[in-house]
Design a binder for this molecule. Structure first.
Ligand SMILES: Nc1ncnc2c1ncn2[C@@H]1O[C@H](COP(=O)(O)OP(=O)(O)O)[C@@H](O)[C@H]1O
Ligand SMILES: [Mg+2]
Length: 331
């Protein structure tokens, strides 16, 4: 089976603040893209190494070995899930940063480190820490696209404008800013709803659909699982799956079509396969407000999503949620 060449888009997920859902977004965006059939490499440049924990993998070798010991990057990548690989971080990177900062090409170290494997992936997604460290600046330099999760709080707008200033300073312009993802969003508070409107008024089409507050998301990372594994029926799973669909569309990502080679019993020349492979299914299907479905609690239109094998029908206005398993029990 042959696949078309992969584009190797490099995405830095960043914000100057910590604790606002960067790692959660990296894990569940990447896992969703991988479920759709994309080949994804995660790169952790935060010495806290949260990505390994959130994915429940222990990496024998990390970015430290690549940057400090000149190890081959391909030898330091750990497989985390099907289609999902990880170049992990560890605490040694914290100590190494002052030395890395002395090197003449200090700002291009991560870009150089991932170059040999770039064409093997559709997406390389870098999880940044919460400040402008040497490694975070490296991530910004390496990135073709910047994705910024942000909480929906009174100071979020100020934080975003500071980040945009930094992007202009580091990259010469903010044109690589591709998406702003509202996280920890609580649609029950009027303040959050108003602030989301303000964000949309300021940043327009860069603002994605929000990720609502959902405790299942933190429980999932504590268990080392993605939200689709831990609770595919949760609001967190529905929201992240919807984000995966939205960003896939923005990035015009479609699963490379496998070419079916001719066999002796079927001498038809190689043609693109007619049926998409199982993994090409959307993580979310049929998002929308079907007119026939209204919420039994508040009467608003219901949303529908298909998440990792479940059909989820939910209300954006209140807590109502219903889910049915589409096919067979999950493991
Ligand atoms: N939508 C959400 N709802 C509830 N908890 C969340 C949500 N997103 C993130 N969290 C939790 O908030 C904390 C900080 O999130 P994390 O992704 O680690 O942020 P960052 O990487 O920006 O420091 C974690 O405990 C995480 O599980
Ligand atoms: Mg983090």
């Amino acid at each position: 089976m042959h696949y078309t060449e992969r584009m190797g888009r490099v995405i830095a997920v960043t914000n100057l603040k910590g604790g606002i859902g960067k790692t959660t977004t990296v894990v569940n965006l990447s896992a969703g893209l991988a479920l759709k059939g994309a080949r994804v490499l995660l790169v952790d440049v935060d010495p806290q190494g949260n990505l390994s924990m959130a994915l429940g993998v222990s990496a024998r070798r990390t970015l430290y070995n690549v940057l400090v010991e000149d190890a081959q990057v391909a030898d330091c990548i750990t497989s985390a899930r099907p289609n999902l690989d990880l170049l992990a971080a560890d605490a040694a990177l914290l100590v190494a940063q002052p030395e890395l900062a002395q090197r003449p090409n200090w700002s291009r170290l991560v870009e150089q480190a991932i170059r040999p494997v770039r064409s093997a992936y559709d997406f390389i997604i870098i999880d940044c820490g919460g400040s402008l460290t040497v490694l975070n600046l490296n991530a910004l330099h390496a990135a073709s696209d910047i994705v910024v999760p942000t909480t929906v709080e009174p100071f979020s707008l100020k934080g975003l404008s500071m980040l945009v200033e930094q992007l202009v300073r580091v990259k010469g312009s903010a044109s690589s800013l591709r998406a702003i993802v509202p996280t920890l969003y609580d649609p029950r508070t009027r303040q959050a709803v108003e602030l989301l409107d303000q964000l949309r008024a300021t940043y327009g089409n860069l603002i994605t659909e929000p990720i609502r507050v959902n405790v299942r998301l933190s429980e999932a990372s504590a268990q080392g699982q993605t939200i689709y594994e831990f609770d595919p029926r949760s609001r967190g799973a529905a929201d992240y799956a919807r984000l995966v669909e939205q960003l896939s569309a923005w990035w015009a990502f479609t699963v490379p079509t496998p070419i079916v080679a001719a066999t002796e019993s079927d001498p038809t020349p190689a043609t693109p396969a007619q049926t998409p492979p199982e993994h090409a299914r959307p993580v979310v299907a049929g998002i929308g407000s079907p007119e026939t479905l209204t919420c039994p609690h508040c009467g608003k239109g219901l949303q529908r999503a298909t998440v990792a094998g479940y059909r989820v029908t939910y209300c954006n206005q209140c807590h109502y949620r219903r889910q049915e398993l589409i096919s067979g029990p999950r493991r």
